[in-house]
Design a protein around this ligand. Structure first.
Ligand SMILES: Cc1cc2nc3c(=O)[nH]c(=O)nc-3n(C[C@H](O)[C@H](O)[C@H](O)COP(=O)(O)O)c2cc1C
Length: 387
């Protein structure tokens, strides 16, 4: 079966005959400005911002811009098949929704809207530990859609085990363990407004609904939210872990485990040696280490080091179909997108997330075909040149 994602293009043009326009821009580079007009400064800057001077976020984009696709002709790429399977999860295209926390600052339906949009397209959603809705409610909204769970590793083992058990019971198949955010970076865009959702009790639905977490509180989060927040924030930030703790997660999660935040080939090798199933080559969209290397720039050496042993996924800076193609060409099996769909959520709730995703997938479908590729497996380093 060929991909139908590109058909979003004809749908939009045909709707135009009746005077109907897309709900908001189809230009992924214009989403940020549209969201700025819609959101209050605190939530907008929380999403758009990056660590320190913003150098890492800029580097992420520059790394994509430096690489250029070399289109090939007469290869009969009329029919494309974008489907792929990663760690047992079938997906209609090599694209997942990155874990993005506190989505209710963008739209009241938050992660529920995102889950519904993802399921309507069959695109896997990675649910953040910092979700503003519970694991069980998001699973309900996700229905039969594919879902992975992202762990901010609590320093209380009982709470950790309890949360993992709930995620498994709610049908989350793959565990994504984020390593790069064991404490928050210096983020001037939030500091200047003194805006941190967690200490305002947003993005705490998962611990607040957790029996093991609640058992450690003198008063319930409903009675005394401040004390609950003050117990949770140091539990999921402020404690770095070590490689020898990974068996603990393996013991309590019987599905695939993916480590997110890998930027060095030696760390990728250690992940493989530790029996992990995959990694996400990610610098958290430039939100953690300022002045860091672009995530795309380290992808080739990491894919070279471990690509034949574990699944190599990628994020940080993906905005367009061309960006997805470039990451695939440099060794990623699939990519995660973060801010673009968060802006879609802000601009239109469930429909907004769907519009952004359909646009990205259409763009990917058309760009793959026009450059002479029929499937996500075809782009290779030879598909690119330095511009
Ligand atoms: C507002 C926001 C919240 C995020 N929350 C989380 C989170 O809870 N857990 C996590 O692992 N990554 C989180 N991330 C990082 C994303 O998963 C992803 O690595 C990053 O957004 C990718 O870069 P991009 O935004 O350029 O696509 C967040 C990113 C943003 C923008």
């Amino acid at each position: 079966m060929g991909s139908t994602f590109g058909a979003y293009q004809s749908e939009i043009y045909l709707n135009g005959l009746d005077g109907r326009l897309p709900p908001f821009t189809t230009d992924p580079t214009a989403l940020e400005d549209s969201a700025r007009e819609r959101l209050e400064p605190g939530p907008f800057r929380y999403v758009a911002g990056a660590a320190g001077s913003g150098a890492t976020a800029r580097a992420n984009r520059e790394a994509f811009d430096r690489r250029r696709i070399v289109p090939r002709m007469l290869r009969d790429a009329t029919v494309r098949d974008l489907r792929t399977t990663v760690l047992g999860t079938e997906m209609p295209a090599p694209v997942l929704l990155a874990p993005v926390g506190v989505q209710s600052i963008l739209h009241p339906d938050g992660e529920l809207a995102t889950a519904r949009a993802a399921t309507s397209l069959g695109v896997p959603m990675v649910l953040s530990t910092a979700s503003s809705h519970t694991i069980e409610d998001v699973a309900g909204a996700s229905g039969d859609g594919p879902r992975w769970y992202q762990l901010y590793w609590p320093n209380d083992d009982e709470v950790c085990v309890s949360i993992l058990g709930r995620a498994r019971a709610a049908g989350f198949t793959t565990l994504v363990v984020t390593l790069d955010t064991w404490t928050l970076a210096w983020r001037p865009h939030d500091l200047d407004l003194s805006y941190l959702p967690f200490i305002r009790g947003v993005g705490t639905a998962i611990p607040f609904s957790d029996p093991a977490f609640r058992a450690g509180l003198a008063k319930s989060p409903e009675e005394d939210p401040i004390s609950a927040v003050l117990r949770w924030v140091p539990m999921f930030t402020g404690t770095d872990r070590s490689w020898d703790r990974l068996p603990f997660l393996r013991e309590h999660w019987d599905g695939p485990i993916v480590l997110k935040g890998i930027q060095h080939p030696d760390d990728a090798r250690r992940a493989a040696d530790a029996g992990m199933d995959g990694i996400v080559v990610s610098n958290h969209g430039g939100r953690q280490v300022d002045g860091a290397v672009a995530s795309l720039d380290v992808l080739p050496e990491i894919a070279e080091a471990v690509g034949d042993r574990i699944e190599v996924l990628f994020d940080s800076g993906v905005r367009t179909g061309a960006d997805v193609l470039k990451a695939l060409a440099l060794g990623a099996r699939a990519v995660l997108v973060g801010r673009p769909y968060a802006y879609g959520l802000a601009l239109g709730g469930e429909d907004g997330v769907r519009h952004v995703l359909r646009g990205l997938l259409a763009d990917l479908d058309l760009t793959l075909g026009l450059s002479g590729h029929r499937s996500p497996a075809e782009p290779s380093p030879d598909s690119l040149r330095y511009g």
